[in-house]
Design a protein around this ligand. Structure first.
Ligand code: NIG
Ligand code: FE
Length: 408
């Protein structure tokens, strides 16, 4: 057991509703706080001096200077298992070609698939581990990672195994999602329905058997899979016991109804979502996940985060870190920028990175600093939490604890 502190401010992120708008005065802020923790979990939070008196024999992890503490961030949408670079795509985009034009010219996702297929499982596991530790020292203590650059049974299994391998070696927790339905692979002899059927028959049962993932994702878009084909695929994935998440409404709309019908956990992207889509989402429980890094990477509009919250949905913010559309991989910077463009309160941004993000991964043990939750804690060297988003990612986490152990 250990008492860590004192923190000038402790933002617990407790007692906030799961959905709808939030104002900053709803934040629970404990001044001059301490966190008592043991065996990776929080035992108590409260005034540092009072905790010290109450637990007088416990060892103290003293912090010199002013720190503001928050729950470790949770990035619910990444594609960090890839090889190669798409700097050429980026150069073409900067000079005016669109993402979909570049895809049609042989760049895009398929280019990364070709490079990722050439890497071994061990090489990919190393890459995932390196990227996960880069995220961890930025304060991201839980990271979702998708497959999707293999696009054959064998190659997807290699990628999912690499993520699994990296998870065993990483301090951050990785949550794996199967995105074998990223695009129709150019070397598959058959149409989208046949490919998805093949994945259902040959890949998904194997993933279950090997316990490599519990979540299935699909990219629904003109350049990827149709709504009709996706519906059949997702129904089968559900029957096999997978949770469903969707890449939807990135460039064209119409995915919200399917998301509700499928009881998807989240619908991610939404840059193109219109009022009708927002209204549909407001009637269900699907969590909208917005990906400002993809808007910044592609020069596309941000997803309508303000309107979503005002319509009463949840709002989670993730990085989408990938070699194509979202190469930055800096969640805090991306979230701060989204906040200014979409008029989000600081509490809405932080909820989207912590407590509400935990819901999108169905993790009930993190995202809030309170008794019984994981001691996944980040601390910034400042005396006012507002400084963090104000500095747009340039004020980095000065200290990070994963399950109570200091990693930075
Ligand atoms: O979420 N939209 C589809 N998939 C990824 C991009 C992957 C890539 O371009 O390599 C995304 O933006
Ligand atoms: Fe994505």
């Amino acid at each position: 057991m250990k008492l860590t502190g004192p923190f000038k401010q402790l933002l617990t992120m407790d007692h906030l509703p799961d959905k709808g708008h939030l104002s900053d005065d709803q934040l629970e802020i404990i001044p001059d706080a301490g966190i008592l923790h043991g065996e990776g979990k929080i035992i108590a939070t409260g005034n540092f001096n009072q905790l010290k008196e109450q637990y007088s024999t416990v060892s103290v992890e003293w912090l010199e200077g002013d720190y503001v503490a928050l729950p470790g961030m949770i990035d619910v949408h990444t594609h960090i298992c890839w090889a190669g670079s798409r700097a050429n795509d980026y150069a073409m985009r900067m000079s005016g070609k669109s993402y979909l034009e570049i895809e049609a010219m042989g760049g895009g996702i398929w280019d990364t698939v070709m490079k990722t297929r050439q890497s071994t499982m061990e090489e990919l596991a190393d890459l995932v581990e390196q990227r996960a530790s880069r995220l961890l020292i930025m304060g991201i203590t839980t990271i979702e990672v998708k497959s999707g650059y293999g696009l054959s049974v064998e190659q997807e299994l290699k990628i999912l195994s690499a993520i699994d391998f990296a998870n065993r070696r990483s301090t951050a927790d990785l949550v794996t999602t199967c995105l074998a339905a990223h695009i129709l692979p150019k070397d598959f002899k058959g149409n989208e329905t046949e490919y998805l059927q093949h994945i259902c028959d040959k890949l998904l049962p194997e993933i279950k058997k090997l316990k490599l993932a519990n979540r299935v994702d699909i990219f629904i878009e003109k350049s990827a899979f149709s709504l009709q084909a996706a519906k059949v695929y997702l129904q089968k994935a559900k029957e096999l016991g997978f949770d469903i998440v969707l890449h939807g409404d990135q460039f064209s709309t119409g995915v919200a109804t399917l998301a509700n019908e499928m009881n998807a956990i989240s619908i991610d992207h939404l840059e193109a979502a219109n009022d009708q889509e927002i209204e549909i989402l407001s009637k269900g429980n699907v969590i909208p996940v917005v990906l400002p890094g993809a808007s910044i990477g592609l020069g596309e509009p941000f997803a309508p985060a303000r309107k979503l919250l005002d319509a009463g949905t949840s709002l989670v913010i993730a990085s989408d870190w990938n070699p194509g559309s979202a190469p930055m991989g800096n969640l805090l910077t991306e979230a701060a920028i989204l906040g200014t463009f979409e008029n989000l309160s600081m509490s809405e941004v932080w909820a989207g990175l912590t407590c509400r993000a935990a819901n999108a991964l169905q993790k009930t043990d993190r995202g809030i600093l309170k008794q019984g939750y994981l001691a996944d804690i980040i601390a910034f060297k400042t005396n006012d939490y507002k400084e963090i988003l104000y500095r747009q990612g340039q004020l980095r986490a000065g200290m990070v604890w994963k399950k109570g152990e200091i990693v930075l």
